[in-house]
Design a protein around this ligand. Structure first.
Ligand SMILES: [Zn+2]
Length: 91
């Protein structure tokens, strides 16, 4: 079983609006490719799109330490990994 990493998606308000109800979305995944896929399955939204050319990408995406989730108390969504159900989530 591979270790899961945490990928953080910050809504950049491109096009002047937030794309979902959440400012920040965390995804547990083995790699960025899987994280993007889980994000899209959960939110029916491609995180790599751009609302318009002038504003740039809809999301800034970074791999972050698991502990960083604890710094965000409000308005976040955490997407767990459906392929590793046995894992115990600390958050
Ligand atoms: Zn724009």
């Amino acid at each position: 079983m591979k270790d899961l990493k945490v990928f953080q998606y910050n809504d950049m308000y491109s096009g002047g609006r937030r794309k979902t109800n959440y400012e920040t979305i965390f995804v547990y995944a083995t790699d960025l490719c899987e994280a993007d896929k889980l994000f899209e399955e959960k939110l029916n939204l491609d995180p790599n799109e751009s609302a318009c050319l002038c504003c740039g990408a809809d999301y800034v995406i970074d791999q972050v330490p698991k502990i960083s989730i604890q710094n965000y108390r409000k308005n976040i969504l955490i997407i767990n990994n459906p392929h590793q159900r046995s894992t115990k989530w600390l958050i």
